[in-house]
Design a protein. Structure first.
Length: 243
C-alpha cells in the first residue's frame, strides 16, 4: 500500500469516527473512545505526511543552482587549451605531473636558466632549445598568433660545439662572439627582433644571470626545478633528446 492510499484511509477513518462520536447517542466512555480513535488516526496521518517526498513546479532558486567551481569552465577542453598561454615542457615531477615554463611576450620576456656541467646538463639545454624552436614554429602557424614570424637563435661556447648531442639542430656562436666556457644561449624573438623567451646554460650558480624566472639545476644526483616565487626546489625528471 502506498503512503497516499494510507493517508486517504486514515483521514476517512478519522472523519467517520469523529462524526460517530458526535451524532450517535453514546454514553461518556464510548464517546471518549471514538474521539480518541479519531485523534489517533489524525496523528498517524500527520506522521505519514512527513515521509512523503515533496515536489514543486516552481523554478529552482538561483542560490541553490549548481555553479561551476572557480577556475573551471563549461567550455570543452580544446577551447580552454587555446585560451591558455603556451608552456615549454621542462619534464615531470615525482608524481608524473608535467612542469612547464611559461613563454614570454614582447615587453615581458621570460628567462629560463639551466645550471650544470657535463653531458646531462648539455642534453637538457639542447632538448629545451629544440622544444623552444618547435613551440615557436607551432605558435607561428596557429590561428591565434598568425604572422608571428619569429625565430629561435642559439649560441654555444667553443667547448660545447663539438660535445653537443648530434640530434640537436643548434647553431654555434656567431663569428667574432666568444661565450664563456660551458655556457650556451637560446633566444626566442618575434619578427621585430623583440625577445620573448631566453634559455641560458651556465656551469655554476655564480654565473647565473640576475634576471630569471625558472632555474633547472642538473647535478650528478639528479635534476631539480625552482621558480622565482617558490621557496624550495622540486625534483624534476627532465625532458631529454630522443637518441
Amino acid at each position: 500500500m502506498s503512503l497516499l492510499v494510507a493517508r486517504t484511509a486514515l483521514v476517512g477513518t478519522a472523519v467517520l469516527l469523529g462524526l460517530a462520536a458526535v451524532l450517535l447517542a453514546l454514553d461518556g466512555p464510548a464517546r471518549a473512545v471514538l474521539f480518541g480513535a479519531a485523534c489517533c488516526c489524525a496523528l498517524l496521518d500527520r506522521a505519514s505526511s512527513r515521509s512523503l517526498p515533496t515536489t514543486s513546479d516552481e523554478p529552482e532558486p538561483e542560490s541553490t543552482r549548481t555553479r561551476p567551481l572557480p577556475g573551471t569552465s563549461d567550455d570543452p577542453p580544446a577551447r580552454q587549451a587555446q585560451s591558455r598561454r603556451s608552456d615549454l615542457l621542462l619534464g615531470h615531477d615525482d608524481d608524473g605531473e608535467p612542469i612547464g615554463h611559461e613563454l614570454g611576450t614582447p615587453g615581458r620576456p621570460t628567462h629560463l636558466v639551466v645550471v650544470g656541467t657535463g653531458a646531462l646538463a648539455l642534453a637538457v639545454f639542447v632538448e629545451l632549445a629544440d622544444l623552444l624552436r618547435a613551440t615557436a614554429t607551432t605558435t607561428a602557424t596557429g590561428t591565434a598568433t598568425a604572422g608571428f614570424g619569429g625565430a629561435v637563435r642559439t649560441a654555444l661556447a667553443d667547448d660545447l660545439v663539438d660535445a653537443r648531442p648530434p640530434v640537436a639542430a643548434l647553431d654555434g656562436a656567431p663569428a667574432g662572439v666568444s661565450l664563456p666556457a660551458g655556457t650556451a644561449v637560446a633566444v626566442l624573438s618575434d619578427a621585430d627582433e623583440r625577445i620573448r623567451t631566453t634559455i641560458v646554460l651556465v656551469p655554476s650558480e655564480r654565473m647565473q644571470p640576475r634576471a630569471w624566472d625558472t632555474v633547472v639545476e642538473v647535478t650528478r644526483y639528479g635534476c631539480s626545478v625552482r621558480r622565482a616565487q617558490d621557496h624550495r626546489s622540486r625534483a624534476l625528471d627532465p625532458a631529454l633528446p630522443s637518441l
